[in-house]
Write a protein that binds this ligand. Structure first.
Ligand code: KG4
Ligand code: ZN
Length: 356
């Protein structure tokens, strides 16, 4: 092979992912095992369960990606693995597997930061030059940063309490959406998006937080509390028990989604104004990149499009499949680092395991 090849491995949360990619960003083989079904049943991720499932599946997932690519381990140029941030027990499985792999096949290692990988995924598909503004919204994270280079990020703001995906998952759980006939096997965020399409958001009003906070941080816990209170009130009014689907479930979903979307849009707008005032981004055609699981949400994307249209920003989102956790984005981050010769560890003894 004339092109160098990278194997990427992701195990930071509840998805075991692997992909083999060449230096141009071409995916030669990929594989993903999602634990979502198990965690939906238990009503949330239990770290020891996630760890066990990663341990059971990682070898098969990596082997499948290699088989699909037709690449033998000895033909790889490096292996790139998420080392932080994430669930320590889950990260540990990917790292342990990777360390054994590189020792067996004498390969260099590229440690990957999960959020940096989310932020740069879009560059695999289209040319988005540095610097650009990036919004990462998922079940575990929420942040705004200026991406200035593959390993150079300026953090502008982050969630002070919980991430938006977490909020939507908790609201979905409180509404018992796993038992809703239309929502089986959907994540909380997906279920809310689906039901919201047939709901009237004006039936409920939830306050958007942090109007007086002149920074780019986020807060979602207050939205969740307001929604939960309305659900309890409606259950009382309808004389039904918790766990039964409310008749106004779609309206609540629509109002909750609207409030989350508008909070995200307002904080992003602040970040855009901040970047403008400080001259952090180019004046012509600055870009906003949005990724993370919540970026799959079409309503939230459209809300952000309103902000970028009004400020002459270009909005870039990877396709939904690449917004949620996967091995491809890790391999791509490895490729970008390999190309620049940055962050490559050639001695396994130098690898630090420090999940945040
Ligand atoms: O990035 P991801 O796969 O994992 C991490 O949290 O890092 O994101 C999963 C999160 C979950 O909270 C899920 O409910 C949310 O992304 N999500 C969505 C949608 N699809 C996934 N939230 C809103 N709308 C969606 N369509
Ligand atoms: Zn993620």
């Amino acid at each position: 092979f004339s092109s160098r090849l990278v194997l990427g491995i992701e195990t930071s949360c509840d998805d075991t992912g692997a992909a083999v990619m060449d230096e141009t960003g071409l995916i030669l083989g990929e594989s993903l095992h999602s634990q979502k079904g198990v965690h939906l049943k238990t009503g949330g991720i239990i770290p020891t369960v996630a760890q066990r499932l990663h341990r059971e599946n990682i070898a098969c997932v990596v082997q499948e990606a290699l088989n699909k690519s037709g690449i033998a381990p000895r033909d790889l140029s490096a292996i790139a693995t998420t080392v932080k941030p994430g669930l320590a027990l889950s990260l540990g499985i990917g790292l342990e597997y990777s360390l054994n792999f590189i020792q067996r096949h004498k390969l260099p290692f590229i440690p990957i930061h999960h959020m940096e990988a989310h932020a740069l995924t879009v560059r695999m598909i289209q040319s988005v030059p540095f610097p650009f503004l990036v919004l990462l919204i998922s079940g575990g994270h929420c942040l705004l940063a200026v991406a200035r280079g593959i390993d150079d990020f300026l953090l502008l703001g982050q969630a002070l309490d919980e991430a938006p995906g977490d909020t939507l998952d908790k609201v979905a759980r409180r509404l018992s959406l796993v038992t809703h006939p239309k929502c089986s096997m959907l994540s909380g965020g997906q279920a809310i998006e689906l039901l919201a399409r047939e709901g009237n958001r004006l039936k409920f009003h939830f306050k958007s937080p942090m109007g007086q906070h002149y920074d780019c941080n986020f807060s979602f816990a207050g939205i969740r509390t307001q929604v939960t209170q309305v659900i309890s009130k409606k259950e009382e009014d309808e004389g039904i028990q918790q766990g039964t689907i409310l008749s106004c479930v779609s309206d609540i979903a629509a109002a909750a989604q609207y409030t989350v979307a508008s909070h995200i849009a307002k904080r992003t707008h602040r970040a855009i104004l901040f970047c403008k005032a400080k001259g952090l981004l180019p004046q012509s055609n600055p870009s906003l990149v949005v990724s993370g699981g919540v970026a799959c949400n079409q309503y939230i994307r459209k809300t952000l499009q309103i902000v970028t249209d009004a400020t002459n920003y270009e909005l870039h989102c990877p396709p939904a499949k690449l917004c949620t956790d996967n091995g491809v984005m890790i391999a791509w981050n490895g490729v970008e680092k390999l190309r620049e010769g940055k962050g490559i560890v050639t001695h396994a003894s130098r690898i630090r395991y420090e999940p945040k």
